[in-house]
Design a protein around this ligand. Structure first.
Ligand SMILES: Cc1cc2nc3c(=O)[nH]c(=O)nc-3n(C[C@H](O)[C@H](O)[C@H](O)COP(=O)(O)O)c2cc1C
Ligand code: SF4
Length: 692
């Protein structure tokens, strides 16, 4: 297929200092929970981005010195020459596809507490470090400032040795010392590095100049700068100091990569902002510089991208999440395959890997993080291992992904769905406030499957064991999802809650399917991810009085890992949802619900018209067990395997479901592996006699 000429502008080469990028697709720095700990995984993932057509592929933030390190967070690390080979592996993989490799050098200052190195963190002015570690950073003296500048020069030289084309000076996200110096709150120095803007910019300017001096003859020197901290006049704003700083340094870097800060604002989820949410903040930048400008905003639409370039907002379309969900996004636009784009849904499961110091995962792209260790490629899959026919029962995220991946392998697949729609839980969840984009999980797969001759789909086709056996497939996959429990069993309550079985008690499924509820409503959330919070939001928006009760310290506690918790709780409070934290639901007596403080067990009673229990889910696995109970019939019908996947196996995230469906498809007819089912990278054992 040919690409639409409307998109030609996206494939124009663009100069960056001494280099030329082959097109306008730019993978901005993003961590991946692999970095220094699983370097081959990191390198392979970046190489696949290059293969997918990104003209520039960058690292995550990379520590330049042991006195500013994020342990146990897994970022890049370039402390000395011994770290160079890790990055050389990455740049090599990127260069194979004529892409440019960028590295984001950062000195974390108060953003890291140095749990591993135990060095005292440094700051423009002594302050507690960000977060709650009982650590304070010390004020930097002039020698410290000089040292940081030298470390940056050393790291830039090492980066060049590792093969990087683009070297970043990182002044973003409040995660870098240069940004801390810019901040009037963090920097109250009275020397030439504090006070006036000119003084607060000094360290940024010096490091930029020195990096150019050190490597600028062959490498491009880029700046990532947050033009707005979104903290109002207390911080940097795009109409005041953010703008002034760009004006002061306009022609200094070879490229401006501009965004908003902090990370919560920059990588905001689709629940709280749509594609293009940063444009108003960064659109002024191009008018002040002749250097190329990169911007971000979860861009997946090629029309939006073209418009940004044509309107002079940016020269490069920066992307983190769209490149995670679909590493081949540029190639697909280039080849006119827009329907093949796996669009990011903005859920930030990718971010959770970073928070939990584990390899990145993605709801839309089950191969993310698995490229090296399992050898999974996002666009290629091995041909089928037999002529076996597969029946998949249930077309939620797991069933759909399984059908798609099996279809791509060339299997004859039948997907039977009990309801009139594909999508399973995504159908209902994407109707909840702010979650509309989650329907992309279904839409992408539905669109792909519709074009496959070897995958047939039957809606409105509830299957029982007899029907499934009679169907005559070689393999049966049960992907029938899960249902929310009604009895209150969950994390806090190991046995059913007294009085749960009353007509005014409802489950999350009841609310999602539109059962009428009488207020006032108490929602008990012992699940702690998004459903409890979003249902409270919906019920409040429907006009009910709502109390959200949780045994945790705050609502939707796990969403700290997707950087949404603050926004969720703020929204609920602003809407007038009453929040009772640190309480467990212990009994329900007609209109009275009794709660106990999780610390003191002190009880309190609240009145309600309806009680919604969001605690745990039961796998909807009756079909699976019925099949297990009919071994003779299975044998007679020649059925070789019956497996469960997704929530039917164990309720979890949508990302876990797409992964589960994909994994089944990859492993069908493959030899059974004993031991660890993926490649590991082990630390190198040091020579015992090695001296520091
Ligand atoms: C998983 C993840 C990790 C990130 N890590 C970094 C990082 O190391 N350095 C950085 O400057 N920005 C980082 N970001 C922010 C992105 O570069 C980007 O500015 C932001 O996600 C908005 O772009 P997007 O909407 O295309 O994702 C990260 C974003 C994500 C999703
Ligand atoms: S995990 Fe979610 S937000 Fe992150 S890239 Fe994938 S779909 Fe997008």
């Amino acid at each position: 297929m040919m690409r639409d000429p409307r998109y030609d502008v996206l494939f124009e080469p663009v100069r960056i200092g001494p280099l030329t990028a082959k097109n306008r697709f730019y993978q901005v720095p993003h961590c991946n929970g692999m970095g220094r700990t699983y370097p081959s995984s990191m390198a392979e993932m970046r190489g696949i981005k290059a293969e997918g057509g990104w003209a520039v592929v960058c690292t995550e933030e990379v520590e330049i010195h042991h006195s500013a390190e994020y342990s146990p967070g897994i970022e890049g690390r370039l402390w000395d020459d011994s770290d160079i080979p890790i990055f050389a592996r990455m740049t090599d993989k990127i260069h194979r596809f004529d892409s440019l490799a960028g590295i984001e050098l950062g000195y974390a200052g108060t953003a890291a507490s140095n749990r591993y190195s135990r060095e005292i963190p440094m700051a423009p002015t002594h302050r507690p470090i960000d977060g709650y570690d009982p650590v304070q950073a010390r004020t930097m003296d002039r020698a410290d400032i000089k040292a940081v500048r030298q470390w940056h020069i050393d790291a830039a030289r090492r980066a060049r040795t590792a093969g990087f084309d683009l070297i970043y000076v990182y002044v973003g996200h409040a995660l870098s010392i240069q940004m801390h110096f810019l901040s009037r709150q963090r920097n109250t120095r009275t020397d030439e590095y504090g006070g006036s803007l000119e003084n607060r910019v000094r360290l940024f300017r010096e490091i930029l100049e020195e990096t150019k001096e050190a490597v600028g003859d062959t490498c491009a020197v880029a700046v990532r700068f947050a033009v707005d901290e979104m903290r109002g006049p207390d911080g940097i704003t795009s109409d005041a100091e953010g703008r002034d700083i760009i004006e002061m340094l306009a022609e200094e870097p070879d490229l401006w990569d501009v965004n908003v800060s902090d990370w919560h604002n920059d990588s905001i989820t689709s629940r709280f902002a749509q594609q293009g949410y940063q444009e108003n903040y960064i659109s002024f930048v191009k008018s002040l510089t002749s250097k190329p400008v990169v911007g971000v905003g979860r861009y997946t639409s090629p029309d939006a991208m073209v418009s940004l370039v044509k309107r002079g907002v940016m020269d490069f379309i920066g992307a983190a999440r769209p490149s995670i969900a679909d590493p081949f996004l540029p190639k697909k636009i280039e080849e006119g395959r827009l329907d093949d784009i796996r669009e990011c849904i903005g859920c930030n499961i990718c971010v959770s890997g970073d928070y939990l110091a584990t390899p990145i995962r993605c709801t839309q792209n089950p191969t993310m993080g698995e490229e090296w260790r399992r050898g999974w490629h996002p666009e290629r899959i091995q041909p089928r291992g037999s002529d076996g026919r597969v029946l998949i029962v249930g077309a939620g995220p797991a069933g759909l992904e399984c059908a798609l991946a099996l279809g791509n392998r060339g299997y004859a697949v039948t997907l039977a769905e009990a309801t009139k729609e594909l999508g399973g839980r995504v159908v209902q969840e994407s109707r909840l406030p702010g979650l509309a984009e989650w329907s992309r999980v279904r839409d992408f797969r539905q669109g792909q499957i519709a074009r496959m001759n070897n995958v047939e789909v039957f809606l409105d086709s509830r299957m029982d064991a007899a029907g499934a056996i009679e169907f005559g497939a070689d393999h049966i996959v049960v992907a029938t999802g899960s249902t929310w429990r009604k009895d209150g069993i969950g994390r806090e309550n190991a046995t059913p809650i007294d009085g749960w079985d009353q007509p005014h008690c409802f489950t999350a499924d009841d609310v999602m399917s539109g059962r009428p509820l009488t207020g006032p409503i108490i929602l008990f959330d012992d699940d702690h991810y998004y459903i409890g919070g979003v249902l409270a939001e919906k019920l409040r928006a429907d006009g009910h009085e709502v109390v959200l009760v949780t045994p945790a310290a705050d609502v939707s506690h796990w969403t700290h890992n997707t950087m949404e918790q603050g926004r969720i709780q703020t929204r609920l409070l602003e809407m007038g949802v009453d929040i009772l934290a640190l309480h467990n639901l212990v009994a329900i007596r007609n209109s009275e619900a009794e709660f106990a403080c999780v610390y003191t067990d002190r009880k309190q009673v609240r009145q309600c018209g309806s009680l919604v229990l969001v605690t745990a889910r039961d796998p909807r696995d009756a079909l699976y067990h019925d099949l297990q109970d009919a071994p003779e019939a299975l044998k007679e019908a020649g059925i070789k395997s019956v497996k469960r996947i997704g929530d039917c196996l164990a309720p979890g995230t949508i990302a876990a479901s797409t992964y589960s469906g994909h994994r089944y498809a990859r492993e069908l007819d493959e030899p059974l592996q004993s031991g660890v089912p993926f490649r590991r990278e082990l630390p190198q054992l040091a020579d015992e006699k090695q001296v520091p």
